[in-house]
Design a protein around this ligand. Structure first.
Ligand code: FES
Ligand code: FES
Length: 172
């Protein structure tokens, strides 16, 4: 076992982990943060997307033992902070989640694009989300929701508050 100390969604976590424990299993099983989903577990589908030290990664490809001192943020973290309240509201408005399995990873990846600011084209949004697979929606509604969020932020100068959605727990 390997002792690690890291920050998860703003809270210090100290644990001992098996050397081959993947981050997605560490989050879901050891910490009970089940918002991030385990799909292919081979780095293909994007369902396990989380943020490590400010960059999105695939939780199924990262070993928890390598994360001593890291800052990890999951869908629970960006949902509870309100960072993506407007994006979540637009997912609802556009019916961009059906079974919801891909949704936490989609929102993590879209939030990464939103954090870079600017006004990406639909093609650029599609390209940024291209590593996140969705079996249900056909992607159009997801692109619509992300595009709507960019437009609204562009018009208002930042993330729009969406009262009542800050702790909606998308994907839990
Ligand atoms: S579960 Fe990690 S990419 Fe599919
Ligand atoms: S909503 Fe079902 S996989 Fe995307």
């Amino acid at each position: 076992m390997i002792a690690i100390s890291l920050n998860v969604n703003g809270e210090r976590v100290n644990r001992s982990v098996e050397p081959r424990r993947h981050l997605i299993d560490f989050l879901r099983i050891d910490l009970g943060l089940t918002g991030s989903h385990a799909g292919c577990e081979h780095g293909v589908c994007g369902a396990c997307t989380v943020r490590v030290d400010g960059e999105i990664v695939r939780g199924c490809l990262v070993l928890a033992a390598s994360l001593d001192g890291a800052e990890v943020v999951t869908i629970e973290g960006i949902s509870d902070s309100g960072e993506v309240a407007d994006l979540q509201a637009n997912f609802v408005a556009r019916n961009a989640a059906q079974c919801g399995f891909c949704t936490p990873g989609m929102i993590m990846t879209a939030a990464d694009l939103l954090a870079h600011g600017g006004t990406p084209t639909r093609a650029e949004i599609r390209e940024h989300l291209s590593g996140n697979y969705c079996r249900c929606t056909g992607y159009q509604a997801i692109i619509d929701a992300v595009e709507d969020t960019f437009r609204a932020r562009d018009a208002t100068g930042g993330p729009a508050a969406a009262p009542g959605l800050q702790s909606s727990g998308a994907g839990r």
